[in-house]
Design a protein around this ligand. Structure first.
Ligand code: MN3
Length: 206
């Protein structure tokens, strides 16, 4: 969508890639309505306000994230831009009737990196549970091997490391509190077992 007056791209909230109730019972329609309709939307709206009239207006989301990462005076822009990116990536990391075993090509890489698929699941859940406070757990590739990393708050794994995200789990409380209250481990394990979108991960592996 283009704002003709300024001829700069305005970010819009992407539609969810599934129906509001598609992820039930793990993630309720109520959680999705707040998480997508309020939280994700607020990051989009804030970002648009913050970049309006600046030299970042018109740049891609990835370029804005890279241009503001680690810059104290640009923290507001970075946080909102990264959260827009993270949430869009998170929705795509999930699907109705997801989880289960990954496609063969990924399974082989997972076995190589983590010993077994069961061990991968344990390590991914552990990253989600041990991220202190708000943040994200990620399955990434460093170009050759798969790795699990976690990031705090709005941080993304690709700004300074060159890591390429394949999947993510949002571990901010707003992602699970209505459905699981303080039981983050139950949320993480349910997402991994029932919702992970392995087709999306395979596509990201490239
Ligand atoms: Mn969130």
């Amino acid at each position: 969508m283009v704002d003709e007056k300024k001829n700069s791209a305005i970010f819009t909230l992407p539609e969810l890639p599934f129906a509001d109730d598609a992820l039930e019972p793990v993630i309720s329609a109520k959680t999705l309505s707040f998480h997508h309709g309020k939280h994700h939307k607020a990051y989009v709206d804030n970002l648009n306000k913050l970049i309006e009239g600046t030299d970042l207006a018109g740049k891609s989301l990835e370029d804005i994230i890279k241009a503001t990462a680690g810059k104290q005076d640009k923290a507001g822009i970075f946080n909102n831009a990264a959260q827009v990116w993270n949430h869009t990536f998170y929705w795509n990391s999930l699907k109705k009737d997801g989880g289960g075993e990954p496609p063969a090509e990924l399974k082989k890489k997972i076995d190589g990196a983590f010993g077994s698929f069961d061990n991968f699941k344990k390590e991914f859940a552990n990253a989600a549970v041990t991220q202190f406070g708000s943040g994200w757990a990620w399955l990434v590739t460093d170009g050759t091997a798969l790795r699990i990393v976690k990031t705090g708050n709005a941080e993304v794994p690709f700004t300074d490391t060159g890591l390429k995200p394949l999947l993510t789990i949002d571990v901010w409380e707003h992602a699970y509190y209505l459905d699981f209250q303080n039981r983050r481990p139950d949320y993480a394990n349910a997402v991994i077992d029932k919702l992970l979108n392995w087709d999306f991960a395979l596509k990201n592996l490239g």
